[in-house]
Design a protein around this ligand. Structure first.
Ligand code: 16G
Length: 240
């Protein structure tokens, strides 16, 4: 199976082999792959080499390690298109997954200057700050901090934000969501978020900031979300 004459390093050949086993379904999601010792013996290589291949696949999100138990095949990442202005609830329902939320905090504050400017607010105008953990099939996917001008959604309450915010804005408030600007960057998870997302420190998260507008260019939300990088990948279609 391994080609020792090949210029491709052995650990990469092993990595490719394991990756194929995973993608073909020979290794099953949630089930342990053979131990490092078993792989070392069947490939006739050093344990360090096997460990390097496995570490690369863990970093890619195809495998995960459980301390003292073994290495398991991870659930494939959610592929989230970047070309539609959809809500978390819509995204999960369209995949046949069950969306749910856990509210961490809900406050009314006078925002910092940059938030006020982006939301086109006067200096004494208030925003709701909502911090929620978003789950898909009861697994934590993201943490969102949303800033919403109080004057647009004055009656916002706990029951509402436990459901879909976009549905509330469109169906209950009858406002028309039009467009958004979004930027994404990789950052290391904050300690407080690591616990809520159930990830180890340090882990990478995809930090997305979205500013969304109603018709006539009225901004109605700034959302800063930390998405688990091991559960999400964002895809976009580009044309020439
Ligand atoms: C998504 C949006 C967020 C929006 C939320 C509404 C991204 C990066 N963010 O999570 O801006 O507030 O959906 O979801 O996609 P909801 O209607 O389920 O509350």
């Amino acid at each position: 199976m391994l080609d020792k004459q090949s210029p491709v390093p052995i650990y990469i050949q092993i990595e490719e082999y394991l990756k194929n086993q995973i993608l073909q379904g020979d290794f099953v999601i949630g089930v342990a792959i053979p131990s490092e010792r078993e792989l070392t013996e069947s490939f006739g290589v050093s344990r360090m080499t096997v460990r390097q291949s496995i570490t690369n696949l863990v970093n890619e999100g195809l495998l995960y390690r459980e301390k003292g138990r073994g290495t398991y095949v991870a659930t494939p990442k959610i592929e989230q298109p970047l070309n539609g202005l959809t809500s978390f609830t819509e995204d999960m329902l369209s995949r046949g997954m069950k969306p749910s939320n856990k509210l961490i905090s809900f406050k009314k504050i006078i925002p910092e200057k940059d938030i006020a400017r982006e939301l086109q607010l006067d200096k004494d105008e208030e925003v709701f700050v909502v911090k929620r953990i978003r789950y898909a099939d009861d697994k934590p996917m993201a943490i969102e901090r949303s800033y919403l001008p109080v004057k647009l959604v004055p009656e916002l309450d706990l029951a509402t934000i436990e459901g879909s915010l976009y549905s509330y804005i469109e169906k209950d408030k009858r406002l028309v969501i039009s467009h958004a600007t979004q930027c994404m960057e990789a950052v290391l998870v904050k300690k407080e978020d690591a616990e809520l997302l159930q990830v180890y420190m340090p882990s990478a998260v995809l930090m997305i900031e979205r500013i969304s507008y109603l018709t006539k260019g009225i901004p109605f939300e700034i959302v800063r979300s930390a998405y688990r990088a091991d559960r999400y990948k964002f895809i976009s279609e580009i044309r020439r």
